[in-house]
Design a protein around this ligand. Sequence first.
Ligand code: PXP
Length: 258
Amino acid sequence: MLLGVNIDHIAVLREARKINDPNPVDALSICKIAGANQITIHLREDRRHIHDNDAKVICEQSSLPVNLECSINEDIIDIVCKLKPARATLVPENRAEVTTEGGLDVKGNFEKLQKVIKKLHDEEIEVSLFIDPKEEIIELASKLNVKWIELHTGTFANVYAMLNSGLSTTHHTIKELELPRKELKNKLKKSIKEIKTACKVAKKNKLKVAAGHGLNYQNVKEISSIKNISELNIGQSIIARSVFTGLEKAIIDMKELI
Ligand code: PXP
């Protein structure tokens, strides 16, 4: 199982003070030493954490492949084409959200995606689509000539957290938190089944499968044990643990689990 470490959260801490410390670039060598397989960053349209210069220096200096998450906005895609990361993961973006809240609307953006993907391929950038684990979306994604999809595990992670600690990883209504345990268990089973089915459909269509969002030290084994998932992209939980253990140990702990 390959691990992409999402280092945006280091820039989140920096932006809390709007200074130059901590610098996400300093994480590159630690990620490599700890056994990470990829550096993942998200250049958001609002530049709320990673800035253009971070992305430039990270793409230039990382000895690990860089997976650059980005929206399909034309200005952003132009920047990505210049940065030439190993991979671009296309994600939906909504300015009001705290973090990415779901997968791409592949159907609604099909033609735009075709153009964007061609543009990235022309620059020899591999493309991945961040999508919800739904059969029909995987089938549609397979028509877009991409090598990778990344399955959104947010729904699974939220239900897992509600069931195991009474907490949700993102914002939930009190009503959802009050669901009976039996109902939560069924929801969890359903979310895992959806991910497994999505993997089968991906395999049939020769797509490589990554997964990410909300994965942590408690829930990750449920996902890493699913056949056909070959990479996980994890940010929040690793960087959160690193505050207490250091980044190297936080990555080693995650690598051991997956
Ligand atoms: N994969 C994608 C496409 C994402 O947008 C994010 C969040 O930036 C992650 C993985 C990592 O999610 P988390 O920070 O919850 O581990």
